[in-house]
Design a protein around this ligand. Structure first.
Ligand code: SAM
Length: 281
């Protein structure tokens, strides 16, 4: 890359399946002088596999500022640098944002390559109909902070995308169920692109039992996606439909079931609302 002005290339790498490395990613890594990576021991075999002979420098969360200065120094000397993380797209729940900001602030081009990302891979197969999603990444590890974070998200109509590690997945799914209720849909996308890839879709209420039923289901890396908040039973539409159905002589149970099918609002909430309407119409 000596003929062009130097640049910082942001290069995604496979989540597990080496065939997901794009030709452009390979070509870029082969042409740069330096590759900044989270863990040089982790990336070295991958780079070797693709015939990359660039020198490696470490850029992880504990040295990102110093690494950014080093990268800017290399760019100033006319050397192009590629940034990779252990797997997937740099700067997505991974280091990289500071490197990109410092390189751009120093007047250099930051060139992103499209490629593997666990969140987008999971979303693409989720089957969720929400037109919008919110990428959250990792929730706080402490129960209280995690619950506060989830409460802030609970009324959003967006699909919510979380990352989780195997040792916390049971706890996190329990917290999702406790805060979001049993009716919203959970997509558990595990070990994407790998041998034991599993994509399980179920109501949140059933998810803890599904995970507990087989220890293997708790292994590996996870993307958890929760469908957006259901419309409220108390909004005008839910109440209007319930009243029509109750006036037509349907039981509370039947009215709640049909109103759920018509409005998409949560069944339990509609049932409670129908009970209250029956008592005081
Ligand atoms: N930068 C990466 C990306 O673009 O997806 C994410 C890095 S983050 C440190 C690691 C987390 O991503 C894992 O804990 C897991 O939640 C998710 N992840 C990575 N690889 C995955 C895979 N093959 N299947 C499911 N989730 C994965």
């Amino acid at each position: 890359m000596t003929e062009e002005s130097p640049a910082l290339y942001v290069v995604p790498t496979p989540l597990g399946n080496l065939a997901d490395m794009t030709p452009r990613a390979v070509d870029t890594l082969r042409r740069v002088a330096w590759v900044a990576c989270e863990d040089t021991r982790h990336s070295a075999p991958l780079l070797k596999h693709f015939g990359v002979s660039a020198r490696l420098l470490a850029a992880h969360e504990h040295n990102e500022e110093a690494a950014a200065q080093q990268v800017v120094g290399l760019l100033n000397e006319g050397e192009s640098v590629a940034l990779v993380c252990d797997a997937g797209t740099p700067a997505i729940s991974d280091p990289g944002a500071r490197l990109a900001a410092r390189a751009r602030a120093a007047g250099h081009r930051v060139i992103p390559l499209p490629g593997p990302c666990a969140a987008v891979t999971a979303l693409s197969a989720s089957g969720l109909a929400e037109p919008r999603f919110l990428f959250y990444g990792f929730l706080p590890a402490k129960a209280r902070q995690r619950e506060d974070a989830l409460r802030e998200l609970s009324d959003l109509r967006h699909a919510l995308v979380f990352y989780e590690a195997p040792h916390r997945v049971v706890e996190t799914v329990g917290a999702l169920r406790a805060v979001f209720g049993i009716e919203r849909t959970l997509v558990l996308a595990r070990e994407l692109t790998k041998l034991f890839e599993t994509i399980h879709v179920c109501p949140l209420g059933e998810a803890p039992a599904w995970l507990e039923a087989d220890a293997n289901r708790q292994r590996g890396e996870f993307v958890l996606i929760v469908s957006g908040a259901l419309p409220s039973a108390d909004d005008g539409e839910g109440e209007r439909v319930l009243k029509l159905l109750l006036d037509d002589g349907l039981s509370v149970r039947q009215a709640a079931k049909l109103a759920h099918a018509i409005t998409g609002a949560a069944k339990n909430a509609l049932y409670d609302r129908a009970l209250r309407l029956r008592e005081s119409p």
